[in-house]
Design a protein around this ligand. Structure first.
Ligand SMILES: [Zn+2]
Length: 271
């Protein structure tokens, strides 16, 4: 353990795993209930920030990582946080803005991977991907984004979202603190009241900082093997023109490299 202070914290936030959210309509600009749910997204992020500031964090960067990446209204966010909006179109994607100067990463509002039962709004990056694997491990966005953080030597220490997401994170990274704010039941969903979700997130983030000794960047062994199975064969056919990509069946592409940044670069071009 350490009494070190002045942590620099990176938060990547999605909306599908925010309490109460069950439908794409609730996550899309222009739809009637979206203004309400975008506020809940900001509130869950703020709950995490409040707890983090009490644990010695002095700098916070929030990456808005859903849809058009313009969900969090600047005034809705905690005043101590800086906000990254819009897509850069570069390979950092949902982790844009992260570098090796950060001490820890949190995920808020995250969701399970494509094909997960009892998981609201599950998908992997887009509806175009059926499965994403690195070194044979099937990953949710949380796993992929944790690998990006690991590439910069920064540990994921906390994730909140639906119960299935939490199970998928713990399966990959057993020491990450996870807080489920809801649980899918088929297409239905049982959610905590927002006040209780905020409380659970504050407690979870506090726990994550208390177990500093268990923080560990998430990394896999090189050489890396990126396998993406698409929802249709046309997407795989298109992906094969990226240098070094091979098709291993009509819907699945393979790319191998020892530099994880090259894996990130490939992924950003083929999705
Ligand atoms: Zn999203």
């Amino acid at each position: 353990m350490t009494d070190r202070k002045d942590y620099k914290l990176f938060i990547s936030a999605d909306i599908e795993g925010i309490t109460g959210v069950v439908s794409w309509d609730e996550t899309e600009t222009g739809k009637p209930d979206y203004p309400y749910f975008r506020k809940l997204m900001a509130q869950e992020i703020n709950a995490a920030i409040e707890a983090a500031l009490e644990c010695g964090v002095t700098e916070v960067v929030v990456r808005d990582a859903h849809g058009d990446a313009r969900n969090i209204m600047p005034n809705d966010l905690h005043a101590e946080a800086k906000l990254i909006r819009n897509w850069s179109e570069g390979p950092m994607c949902m982790m844009e803005g992260l570098d090796e100067m950060f001490d820890a990463v949190l995920f808020i509002g995250y969701h399970a991977k494509a094909g997960t039962p009892n998981a609201p709004l599950k998908h992997t990056y887009s509806g175009r991907i059926f499965d994403l694997k690195v070194n044979g491990l099937s990953l949710p966005e949380a796993g992929w984004n944790a690998l990006i953080a690991g590439h910069f030597n920064v540990p994921l220490i906390f994730a909140s979202g639906d119960r299935a997401l939490c199970e998928q994170v713990r399966e990959l990274m057993r020491d990450v603190v996870t807080v489920p704010v809801k649980q899918g039941i088929g297409r239905a969903c049982l959610s905590l009241h927002p006040d209780k979700a905020h409380q659970a997130i504050r407690e979870g983030v506090t726990r994550a900082f208390a177990q500093r000794a268990l923080w560990k960047p998430y990394r896999l062994e090189p050489p890396f093997r990126l396998e993406v199975t698409f929802s249709d064969e046309g997407l795989a056919w298109r992906a094969q023109w990226y240098p070094g990509v091979k098709l291993i069946n009509e819907r699945t592409m393979l790319f191998e490299n020892s530099d994880f940044f090259e894996i990130m670069r490939c992924f950003s071009f083929i999705i």
